[in-house]
Write a protein that binds this ligand. Sequence first.
Ligand code: T3D
Length: 262
Amino acid sequence: SEETVLHERRDGYSILSLNRPERLNAFNEMQHRQLRAALETCGRDDDCRAIVLTGSGRGFCAGQDLSDRDPSISGERPDLGKTLETYYNPLVRMIRGMPKPVICAVNGVAAGAGANIAFACDIVLAARSAKFIQAFSKIALVPDAGGTYWLTRLLGEARAKALALTAHPLPAEDAAAWGLIWKAVDDEKLMEETVALAETFAAGPTNSYGLTKRAIHAASTNSLDEQLDLERQLQREAGMSDDYKEGVSAFLQKRAPNYRRR
Ligand code: T3D
């Protein structure tokens, strides 16, 4: 069947590429199903210790494929709550809950849910030419795929509302300066930098990365006391691991650690 998501397995990590370039990788149901299956495979595979999400062609992702929402064809008023429940929300939860780093390499325009799926990833690098667009207001919708959550948490209400209400295309460099993404890099360096990061994670202490994600995700709603308790609990778990023993031994012996994910 049609390959709407390319899954390239490399040593210790996988690269997933949204692959409907003629539509700027907009989501149809097939692409949703194939991305979810690929993420599930990566999640189960202990040899996959980091995931890269990117797009084929000149765009990263233009959000929902609107040709599947053409009112002159479908006629009815669609229940978009249902498509969020079935596709976008589980995707966001899966990326967020993935117990290994998910890197997003935003190679070009990221619009609508395409932008917000990028923000769901742990580390976002974007090509300098890429733009992030909360396109929803242009078609009389509301930001979804976590958009109102990411924008408000990462930017505050003033910038969140301006971006959401105006659909202003935010250049990668501004997104980085505002703290919405990790960094903007020269277009021709994007994959090089992304791969270097994935290789570092692939040789790193995977379980400690997963625990760190959990702690940081909990921080914005926890009190300081709750967060200190959580850190104690997670650090106890990390401190029991073989990887921690190896990390300290390697440091003291002035050699590179050999993490085995235990
Ligand atoms: O429905 C639900 O399930 C609810 C969930 C909603 C989630 C959402 O994401 S809603 C928001 C949907 N996305 C958009 O509204 C963005 C629409 N696209 C654009 O505004 C522009 O394409 C971009 C700003 C992203 C890029 O502009 P540009 O000028 O670089 O490219 P282009 O020429 O507009 O697009 C290239 C082609 O991709 C073009 O096709 P053509 O003319 O060459 O045959 C264009 O129609 C197609 N395309 C781009 N985005 C979509 C799309 N086709 C269908 N759906 C798209 N979202």
